[in-house]
Design a protein. Structure first.
Length: 248
């Protein structure tokens, strides 16, 4: 038996997330179906984590075990011929039998993209509509950067977890958080040991409230310490979120 690790890229627009769901289109579901056809075995694909409906990935990782004698080095070429054009296999490699895409992960890197459009040019390009969240009010980058510093390190991120989450331990460690701007496009870069459900999108939504000067940057520290989702900012749409890389 061999354990194969896949690095996967996909556009999440038309999928109901990564995880296989009954009667719904998912990335995992399609991949398992195609790999099963190739190996002639019932395949279970372990993903590094779930991405929600509409979320994209440039570096999702998954693994599966097989007794098939498939030429694993040619697997990306074989699979990419069978897959829809919005899912691509970037790399396949044999890994230790104990490797697990989720349990073996050390950290994940996400990017969230925000387009700060001019109020006098109030439209979103058709070529960007599925990949960025558009904000029409002027955003203060420096204030958001100051606020983001409070989130760095190990904290209880209950205030930034999806309301109603059943996870009891909300402690996570943000290893890196940075916001950059190129023209009118903002990129929120976050790396953590793990993320709570919708945590990245809620952090971005809260920092945008700071950028729009609806919340003072010091207020982010109070939101974090309050452990209360109701006082944080809104959860921004999924379409601006990209899973960039999983570190092992």
């Amino acid at each position: 038996m061999i354990n194969i690790k896949l690095t996967i890229e996909y556009e999440g627009t038309r999928y109901y997330g990564w995880q296989k769901q009954k009667n719904l289109l998912s990335v995992q579901g399609i991949l398992e179906e195609k790999i099963t056809q190739i190996t002639q075995e019932k395949i279970t694909l372990n993903g590094s984590g779930r991405t929600d409906a509409g979320v994209h990935a440039l570096g999702q990782v998954a693994n599966f075990k097989t007794n098939s004698s498939i030429p694993w080095m040619e697997l990306p070429l074989i699979l990419n011929r069978m897959l829809p054009l919005d899912i691509r296999i970037k790399k396949a490699e044999i890994v230790d039998v104990n490797f697990h895409a989720r349990h073996s992960a050390i950290s994940k890197i996400y990017h969230y993209y925000v387009l700060n459009s001019n109020l006098n040019n109030n439209y979103l390009s058709i070529f960007l509509r599925n990949y960025v969240y558009c904000v029409y009010k002027k955003i203060n980058l420096e204030e958001m950067k100051k606020a983001s510093k409070f989130l760095h390190g190990k904290h209880n991120f209950t205030s930034f977890a999806c309301s109603g989450s059943r996870i009891r331990n909300c402690e996570r460690t943000i290893k890196d958080i940075n916001i950059t701007r190129e023209g009118n496009l903002f990129c929120f870069h976050l790396e953590a040991d793990a993320f709570l459900y919708k945590m990245v999108r809620t952090i971005v939504g809260t920092l945008l409230e700071v950028g729009k000067e609806k919340i003072n940057y010091l207020g982010v520290k109070k939101i974090l310490e309050a452990k209360n989702r109701k006082i944080a900012g809104k959860t921004v749409p999924a379409k601006g979120l990209f899973l960039m890389k999983v570190n092992y």
